[in-house]
Design a protein around this ligand. Structure first.
Ligand code: PLP
Length: 406
């Protein structure tokens, strides 16, 4: 895609036209949540204006339109990541998805002495549920080391991939370091050792073509709001044999076949794991989001973001006293950095006054920060709708902040 096309794409995002503190918004926080294109906003709006009803409960026209829209979104989402829709459970996000694996799959299977391997670069969403399960079962959570550049240390992981390890929790892309992990290779090693793999795809699905079927994992979780969809949407894919063997996590409406006081029988997956009224309009919006991204093309998006990443990395590296945290060979457009003598929170607060939105803090990865020996980093995360001019604005903003702080 050429530059003119990306300029046109940017106009699809109404929020990017607004000003913040009297300055044009420069949104560099897409790893936190992505902005929404007009197509998504309209799909949600139209659902509420024209089709709103509950799913699977009503025989009336609106009920069947809502059900069709919701199931249509599941099909679109499944096609987007190359899996069968029946193997894709819709969740409120990655957090719920991983908790579902933890409580429904891991809890009944683990026992004292078992090991759950968790990489040092996991978001709390792919660590805390494992700690909770470990507490209940007597299993132990053991960290998987990373190298100085922020890649998984494959040689030590190879040693860990054997009994008593039972599970491996690994992120596809780090939300702090930007590292793209070789998950297909790692899942193949784990599979050989009989270890179940749970991949957190939250930061991968928005930025590159993801073919879950080709990764060879057991579970793959991702979240809708980072894929330009509404908040409160996400999905969990699992191998069919796992869905069939797992008991439901939540009980209630929608997930049952027949309920008697003596005994309840359950619906088939994926519905067995979707108790209660889902975020129907949200999923309709998510369906529109993945359709929008597919029209742009995930290869084109990945290429565009790699160009922005290269430009931003090179410009940031030239800033005196600035250190990029996470220098893996294969990275997504996430750049964490520290500047000598400037606290990450002060920098982010002062950049905000310039209209520039970056994130500062621990990025829901406390153990990674402890391992790196830093309390917080500043993080600029780019999406295809960003521009090199915005990267320039960040560099100029940093220079102004430093002058301000003397
Ligand atoms: N995993 C990673 C790598 C993330 O970046 C995030 C969100 O920041 C999550 C999990 C949690 O996603 P959600 O809050 O949508 O469940």
């Amino acid at each position: 895609m050429n530059r003119a096309d990306w300029d046109a794409v940017r106009k699809d995002f109404p929020i990017l036209q607004r000003q913040v503190h009297g300055k044009p918004l420069v949104y560099l926080d897409s790893a936190n949540t992505a902005q929404k294109p007009e197509a998504v906003i309209q799909a949600v709006d139209e659902f509420y204006r024209q089709h709103n009803a509950n799913v699977s409960r009503a025989v009336h026209q609106l009920g069947s339109e809502a059900t069709e829209a919701y199931e249509g979104a599941r099909k679109r989402l499944a096609a987007f990541v190359n899996v069968h829709p029946n193997d894709l459970v819709l969740t409120s996000g990655t957090t719920q998805a991983i908790n579902l694996v933890a409580y429904s799959f891991a809890l009944p299977r683990l026992q004292a002495g078992d090991v759950i391997l968790v990489t040092r670069m996991e978001h709390h969403a792919n660590l805390v549920p494992w700690q909770l399960i470990a507490e209940r079962t007597g299993a132990q959570v053991v960290p998987v080391d990373i190298t100085a550049s922020g890649e998984i240390d494959l040689s030590s992981l190879r040693v860990q991939l054997k009994a008593p390890a039972k599970l491996l929790a690994i992120t596809h892309v780090s939300n702090v370091l930007g590292t793209v992990n070789p998950v297909a290779e790692i899942c193949a090693l784990a599979r050989k050792a009989g270890i179940t793999t749970i991949v957190d795809g939250s930061q991968a699905v928005p930025h590159m073509p993801v073919d879950i079927a080709a990764l060879g994992c057991d579970f793959y979780a991702f979240t809708g709001h980072k894929v330009c969809g509404p908040t409160g949407t996400g999905a969990l894919w699992a191998k069919r044999e796992h869905w069939q063997s797992m008991p439901p996590f939540f009980g209630g409406g929608e997930m049952i076949r027949e309920v008697r006081f003596e005994k309840t029988t359950f619906n088939d997956p994926p519905h067995k794991f979707e108790a209660g009224t889902p975020n129907i309009a949200g999923f309709v919006g998510l369906g529109a989001a993945v359709q929008y991204l597919s029209t742009l093309g995930m290869y084109a998006i990945a290429e565009r973001e790699q160009q922005l990443l290269a430009y931003a990395s090179q410009r940031l590296e030239s800033v005196d006293g600035l250190r990029i945290i996470g220098t893996a060979n294969n990275k997504a457009a996430v750049i964490s950095f520290l500047i000598d003598g400037v606290h990450a929170h002060d920098l982010a607060t002062l950049l905000d006054l310039e209209g520039i939105a970056v994130r500062s803090g621990h990025h829901c990865a406390h153990p990674l920060m402890q391992y790196l020996g830093v309390p917080a980093t500043c993080r600029a995360s780019l999406a295809f709708y960003n521009t090199t001019d915005e990267v320039d604005a960040l560099i100029e903003g940093i220079a102004r902040v430093r002058r301000m702080l003397g």
